[in-house]
Structures are given as structure tokens and as C-alpha cells.
Design a protein around this ligand. Sequence first.
Ligand code: OAD
Length: 251
Amino acid sequence: MDDAHILTAANWIRQAQQVAVLTGAGASKESGVPTFRDALEGLWAQYDPAQLATPEAFARDPKLVWDWYAWRRDKVSQAQPNPGHYALAELERIHSNVIVITQNVDDLHERAGSRDVIHLHGRLAGNKCSAECQGSPTLIDLAALEDEGKPPACPHCGAPLRPDVVWFGEALPQAALQRAYHISQHCDLMVVIGTSGLVTPAATLPIIAKQSNARLIEINPDDSMLTPHAHLKFSTPSGIALPRIIEALQI
Ligand code: OAD
């Protein structure tokens, strides 16, 4: 990693009034949480999203889908935030205007100490009524339920509960998305970490930021769809690049 690039990134952060951070699955990779599109270990290389991550799949086989998410939830609960997550939480302490926009459904940013995190694709830890019987989303606390079915039934209407995540073909949570658009339009710097940039609308946020004159930094060991748009690229895992940048900020 080039020291000059580290210093440039630190300077851009210092100069920015508003810093936006967009994270994808790569940000959690060093915590042992698999990404989606890694050719060998990626979730979508091993499992068929059409069978597991669509409303149709859930309607066809709710137990299969419920169990798959229970497995993912288990994996995340055993994982710990990595140095990249901690560096982002530290960034929030150093700079007064930092917002993390994540596509990740894990809670590793929060567990590392980030306080302002927008979850574009929902949260693995949450559950909701699949019929949204009390409005969208009808969140249900599993711990307060006696029903241990797989999936348990909604205590209001009896429909099966489902994880509070966005499935293929579904709209993103509107409030989260609107806030993410707003920040992308108004930030001076966006740091894009560990995303292939293949899934919209999340992948449009860096483009919106750049069109609004923000600088773009990308941290990703591989090239992504967003690499051609980046003003500065670190081809390094985020758990290595981010602590170095934060260290340079503190000098
Ligand atoms: P992908 O699996 O598509 O991409 C992960 C990216 O992380 C790749 O570009 C890797 O090169 C990069 N990467 C791997 N290790 C890294 C590391 N240590 N540090 C930094 N980068 C690293 O994951 P996403 O782009 O997040 O949607 O996928 C977007 C969405 O597609 C997900 O949120 C999910 C999925 O279908 C939903 O579940 C709705």
C-alpha cells in the first residue's frame, strides 16, 4: 500500500464536511462472514438465491428459507468485528459527520461502535410478519414469543414470520433508501468498501455522490463495477487499509 495514497485519503477525510461510507459484504469478509459473489466461497456460488432469497421461495418452502437464515444468523453471531469495522467506528469519533450506509444485514458495524448506520438491505437480527399485518414492517420480537415453529406464526395474524431482510424482487426500505440518496447527494467524500457494485440501487449511490462533486475512494482487493469511477483505489482488504488511513488521520 502506497504511503502517499494513505496520506491523500487522510487529507480528503480532513477536508470533507460530510463523509459517507458505503459498505458491502467484503467489509465483513475478514470477520469470517462469506461474501455473495466470491467464485468459490461466495453464498451465491453455493446456494441458489431463487430457492432461498425471494418471496416466492418463502411461499414455496418457508421452513427451508427460515432455516437458511437461522444458519446465517448463527454464523454472524459467532463472528466478531474486524479491524476495518473498528477503524470506521474510530473515524466516527474523529470526524463529526460520518454516516455508514451498508448493504450488509449483519450488525458488525454497530458491534464495533458505529452509531449511525443505514441498513439498505435490512437486518438479519430482525423478524417481521410476512403479511405485514400491522403495517410495513410489522417487526416481531422472537424472544417474546412462545411459538418456536420454523417459522413461528405472527402473534397478530398467524402468518409465518420472516427475516427482516430485502429479498430479490423486493423494494428497499424507503426511509433508509431516501436517507442514503440524500447523503450521497450532499457528501464531499464517499468511501466505497467491499462491494461488487452489481446490485442497484446501492450501486448507484457512489455515482450519485460523484455527480454531486464528491470524491470517491474505493477499498477492494479486486476491481469492481465502481472501480472506474474511483478517484483513489486501495487494492487491499479493508481490515488492512482502513486502520492505516485512520492512523494517518490521527498524526
Ligand atoms: P459481493 O459478494 O457481490 O461483493 C463483495 C466484494 O467484496 C467483492 O468485490 C470482493 O472483491 C470484495 N472483497 C472481498 N474481500 C474483501 C476485503 N477483505 N476487503 C474489502 N473488499 C473485499 O457483495 P455485495 O456487493 O455486498 O443483497 O453484494 C450486494 C448485495 O448482493 C448484497 O447486499 C446481497 C447480495 O445479493 C441482498 O441480500 C438484498
